[in-house]
Design a protein around this ligand. Structure first.
Ligand code: C2E
Ligand code: CA
Ligand code: CA
Length: 582
């Protein structure tokens, strides 16, 4: 055996025994033993299971407990470290029980000598190593070193149990290399083997990277790549958040395969077909999931290879669509494809335009002008809302500053900006807003921030603090879509708001439905007691406006006044509505 350092942990409540063991081991020639000692039963289990030791020695007597109990606990905790039990007297029953419980050996301390102890340790370690090798052979693929079918089944089983318990989703990707047989036959089998190895390496590397860059989704540790045999590989993704997570991994795997392999002097091009089955939609047990992933893989082959397919066809369209949209959206900011439209807001009593609301549009290269409903939720899921939201703030403030330029002749109006809940989860959002105001030189009283009632309710505690900070900066705060988030009157008092916007759904039927008129009336009364201004949004008819005026509503917005307009049409609109003072 080599002269490496062997780390031993002794669990013994008697210091004399520790000294004795240490002395015995110090007499061993040609091997370096490093003995650590723990006296306390309660500290022992964690140390034993820490994977830091090559072998552990348990004394039978451990205060009120026994080494046998500790042995049982250690095995139950899944530790694989070899354990030798030491006792004060020879006792055949304890001996038997220790071996049954999984001890590597059993030694009587009476009459123990260096040679016995050393030999026992050496055998225990050797035996464990052999066991590990056998286990490895049973669970890993010889050629690639990846988990084999048996281990994949184990992991899958665990993952499904977990998904079932926590109502989560897992996905199986079934990868089959395209035309592997041809490569194998033309370049001979040793190159084929090299290719399988190289593919295995890329897959594992990719899964490791995917783990570290995974946003919220695909949780690292338990994802598994396995080789089922031949040129068939499987990837288990545990805890995916959406179909996109699975689609994305599949696409990246295909991308990673598209880089040619250099094998034994040959440049080898390969591609793959991937079938995806998602728990629980495509099967609730292991066999049906694997079968369906396999079926989906054949479908991918039929689709011309080098692609992935979900088992359920309906999932393909959504997944592809979202995946492309996500890629497009990532580029949208840098390519200047995002634009703001501005929808005017009027004071009902005076008829004056007092503000415009910035509303996001995406000028998509193929799809044309897209409304936020078509991409905001995607932006939120992918975290892209953070840079996009910042861009909106900056653009709206700069734009408003341009309209306020001396010599433009317009009386000043405010601009309102919608903020997503994601933005409020960012620590730095208040700082960002402060910086934007600072850089744009826009007076804070000319910026309104709109946050929906439901977002406010969901994050009440953080938002109260942030609102106070924003309030101190002098910006106006508005609760958007009011009436849809079930906030109570008393609750509302806790937020330092300036404005509430009654959701469009209440305005829609206000002149036909008495209940809706009654609700709007109550909201206005309540808001006024709290000294809040009330905005009605989605006002489309004169009747609605008339009724709102009667109910004492302060401001209105809606197609009746104007649809959202591109920035360059706002000056003309302002002129028409008497905002030009020179
Ligand atoms: P919102 O904040 O409630 O904006 C009002 C929506 O109602 C706008 O839709 C507007 O075009 C539409 N609208 C205005 N007047 C009328 C009307 O009289 N009748 C009808 N039927 N609709 C009217 P848009 O622009 O499609 O925006 C939809 C939502 O997307 C917004 O609802 C807002 O929640 C979100 N959004 C827009 N821009 C941004 C943004 O920059 N950031 C964030 N986080 N969300 C945004
Ligand atoms: Ca709004
Ligand atoms: Ca709204």
């Amino acid at each position: 055996m080599n002269k490496e350092r062997i780390k031993i942990l002794l669990i013994d409540d008697d210091e004399d025994d520790y000294v004795l063991t240490r002395d015995l081991l110090s007499e061993v020639k040609g091997r370096d033993y490093n003995l650590e000692w723990i006296a306390n039963y309660d500290d022992a289990l964690r140390a034993v299971c820490s994977d830091n030791y090559d072998v552990c020695l348990f004394d039978y007597r451990l205060g009120a407990r026994t080494g046998l109990e500790l042995l049982h606990e250690t095995v139950a905790a899944g530790s694989k470290v070899p354990i030798i039990l030491l006792t004060g007297q020879g006792d055949h029953d304890v001996d038997m029980e220790a071996m049954k419980a999984g001890a590597a050996d059993y030694l009587n301390k009476k009459g123990i000598n260096t040679q016995m102890l050393e030999r026992s340790i050496r055998y225990a370690i050797k035996h464990k190593e052999a066991e590990k090798r056998i286990l490895h052979m049973a669970y890993y693929d010889d050629l690639t070193g990846l988990p084999n079918r048996a281990l994949f089944h184990d992991r899958l089983q665990q993952s499904l149990a977990h998904s079932e318990r926590y109502k989560g989703n897992s996905a199986i990707l079934f990868l089959d290399l395209d035309n592997f047989k041809r490569i194998n036959d033309t370049l001979n089998h040793s190159v084929g083997d090299l290719l399988l190895k190289a593919v295995a390496e890329r897959l594992s590397k990719y899964i490791r990277i995917a783990d570290t860059v995974a946003r919220q989704g695909v949780k690292a540790s338990s994802n598994t790549v396995a080789r089922l045999g031949g040129d068939e590989f499987t990837v288990l993704l545990t805890e995916i958040n959406s179909l996109q997570d699975a689609a994305k991994v599949a696409q990246r795997i295909l991308n990673s395969l598209s880089v040619p392999f250099r094998l034994d002097g040959h440049e080898v091009f390969v591609s793959g077909s991937i079938g995806i089955a998602v728990y629980p939609f495509d099967g609730e047990d292991m066999d049906s999931l694997l079968r369906n992933a396999d079926t989906a893989m054949y479908h991918a082959k039929n689709q011309g290879k080098n692609n992935f397919q979900f088992y359920k066809q309906s999932m393909n369209a959504t997944a592809f669509e979202r995946l492309t949209m996500e890629n497009d959206l990532r580029k949208a900011v840098e390519r200047n494809e995002l634009i703001l439209y501005y929808q005017p807001k009027m004071d009902i009593r005076t008829g004056k335009i007092i503000a415009v609301e910035a509303l996001l549009r995406w000028n998509h290269p193929d799809k044309g002008l897209l409304a936020p409903a078509e991409f905001i939720s995607l932006a939120e899921e992918t975290g892209l809302i953070i840079p996009i939201g910042e861009w909106v703030l900056k653009t709206a403030c700069n734009q408003n500053k341009v309209w306020q330029r001396p010599g433009s002749g317009f009386t000043r109006i405010a601009v309102s900006v919608n903020l997503s809940g994601q933005q409020f989860k960012q620590e730095g959002v208040v700082k960002v807003i402060e910086k934007v105001l600072h850089d744009s030189l826009l007076g804070p009283e000319y910026l309104e921030l709109e946050i929906t009632e439901s977002v406010i309710m969901k994050n009440a505690e953080i938002i109260i603090t942030m609102f106070h900070n924003l309030k101190n900066m002098g910006v106006q705060l508005s609760m958007d879509d009011f009436g849809t988030g079930y906030s109570s009157f008393s609750y509302l008092k806790r937020f330092p708001l300036d404005i509430i916007k009654i959701d469009r759904s209440f305005i829609k039927d206000i002149s036909e439905k008495n209940e809706d008129a009654a609700i709007v009336k109550a909201i206005i009364a309540m808001a006024h007691t709290l000294k809040l201004r009330v905005v009605a949004e989605g006002v489309e008819t004169e009747q609605q406006l008339e009724l709102l005026r009667k109910l004492g509503c302060d401001e209105m917005q809606g197609y009746l006044l104007s649809t959202p307009l591109p920035a360059d049409e706002i000056p003309e609109f302002l002129v028409k509505h008497g905002k030009k003072t020179v």
